[in-house]
Write a protein that binds this ligand. Structure first.
Ligand code: COA
Length: 429
């Protein structure tokens, strides 16, 4: 914070001094909280294009420079050296854990991996055509019914955090097993977080399943890279819902639903569907890019562009090289990867994409990795959600621990009818 003010002059000649807030990385904000009380004016910024909703010590992004850091640590270092569980601890608690802290955290996650047996009945109630995001959001929300202590705001926060982080993985794997008519596979305590998820997804009672270490590494990387991204749509949703005092399961379920949209977490599914469409129509990448530029069908190049990154998304860089490593290791020759590479190359040389600063984002290569791991396309957004859980939790925790938090409540500029009379029904034309 710095002792600076910005002077705002209004059309009627009045002016006011507004405090300037400065972040760790020298980002500047004008604090407009007193503006309405002092002048009657509000600010207007639909889509929150340039509005800071909070200060936060969790994640730093410099979209122009393509920088992403969790608690100060570059994402590239975490992707290479950390595990998802360690990164989750870092995001939630603010520091990398000591070995003893990591052991305790991992042990807690293992102990809380089962879901209440009664919750199994829910799966039977969904139509077989249900999108898994609908199922997962409903299941996360219903956890608040199974753990009603969450309604008591003084109940231990760490216990709820562990439950969500651990059980969501089981909920997601069970949803997949139910959707394909296979028996659910219970978690195996001997397996670490990501390997255990793969076991629940792909093991069958008749056959033992040993997760491939490179697949486990890829999944850890995918989850780490998705774990937080500061005030994105779903995280802001979690904060907004949580700001009303709603319990953490309700807030995280709302985050799952916000993530579902194709402009957010749903984009990874759309990328693969787009690549499949290009392949089915003869792999004419140049024609496809030209159609997008000419706004034919008003479509977008999915997996490209970002509200914050105006440079190559650092997460896409890591995933592009992981896609090469994983597909080589598994001996997979996926034509989707070739199409994706050509698409990227074509778009990055094109004036339309250059002038609008549109680069591949995290969703561009993640779908190809999920395919290689064997994750079905409708589960892609669920995978994003599993990775994002620590970020949602970290922001929820930061918000409820901050005693200055107020309920989120934007204002608006009304553009409807001025006051008018109620016309009796018989006189209406
Ligand atoms: N393909 C083609 N054009 C795109 C584009 C894309 N993927 N993303 C943005 N644009 C264009 C828009 O058409 C707009 O052009 P215009 O000025 O001629 O109207 C301009 O770039 C700015 O786009 P806008 O929608 O205002 O930017 P935004 O910050 O609101 O949107 C996204 C950000 C992520 C929603 C947007 O880039 C997008 O829809 N990307 C595809 C979906 C995706 O991959 N989402 C995952 C994000 S991690």
């Amino acid at each position: 914070m710095a002792d600076q003010t910005a002077k705002l002059t209004l059309p009627d000649g009045r002016s006011c001094n507004l405090p300037v807030v400065v972040g760790t990385e020298n980002e500047h904000a004008v604090d407009i909280r007193s503006l309405r009380a002092d002048t009657g004016y509000i600010t207007l910024d639909s889509g929150y294009m340039n509005t800071g909703a909070t200060t936060s010590a969790i994640t730093y992004i410099d979209g122009e420079a393509g920088i992403l850091r969790y608690r100060g640590i570059p994402i590239e270092d975490l992707a290479e050296k950390s595990t998802f569980v360690e990164t989750a601890y870092l995001l939630i608690h603010g520091e990398l854990p000591t070995q003893a802290q990591l052991d305790t955290f991992s042990h807690q996650l293992t102990r809380h991996s089962m879901i209440h047996e009664d919750m199994h009945h829910f799966y039977a109630g969904f139509p077989s055509t249900s999108h898994p995001m609908a199922v997962i959001a409903a299941m996360v929300s219903s956890m608040s019914a199974y753990y009603p202590d969450c309604l008591d705001r003084s109940s231990p926060m760490d216990l709820h955090i562990t439950r969500i982080l651990s059980k969501v993985r089981t909920i997601a794997a069970f949803a997949y097993k139910k959707s394909i008519g296979q028996p659910v596979m219970y978690p195996r305590n001997a397996l670490p977080y990501c390997a255990n998820f793969l076991h629940m997804m792909f093991a069958v009672p008749a056959e033992p399943y040993e997760p491939d270490p490179i697949v486990v590494k890829a999944l850890n990387q995918l989850f780490i890279l998705h774990a937080d991204h500061e005030q994105n749509c779903s995280t802001s949703t979690v904060r907004l819902v949580g700001s009303s005092g709603a319990n953490v399961y309700a807030a995280v379920a709302a985050g799952v639903l916000a993530l579902w949209g194709p402009l957010h977490g749903g984009a990874n599914q759309e990328v693969v569907e787009m690549l499949e469409e290009i392949q089915a129509s003869g792999s004419d990448v140049k024609q496809f890019v030209s159609d997008i530029k000419n706004k034919k069908g008003n479509r977008r190049l999915m997996g490209f562009g970002h509200r914050v990154y105006k440079n190559y998304d650092p997460r896409a860089k890591v995933l592009k090289s992981m896609a090469d490593e994983l597909l080589n290791h598994l001996g997979i020759n996926d034509p989707m990867l070739d199409i994706a590479r050509e698409l990227e190359e074509t778009a990055l040389k094109d004036d339309y994409f250059i002038s609008k600063k549109l680069y591949p984002n995290v969703d561009f290569y993640s779908g190809i990795l999920y395919r290689a791991i064997g994750i079905p396309t409708p589960m892609f957004t669920v995978m994003f959600a599993l990775g994002r859980i620590p970020g949602w939790i970290a922001h929820w925790k930061e918000m409820v621990e901050d005693t200055s938090t107020k309920i989120g409540r934007p204002r608006q500029i009304y553009t409807g009818q001025p006051q008018r009379a109620y016309v009796p029904r018989e006189l209406r034309k």
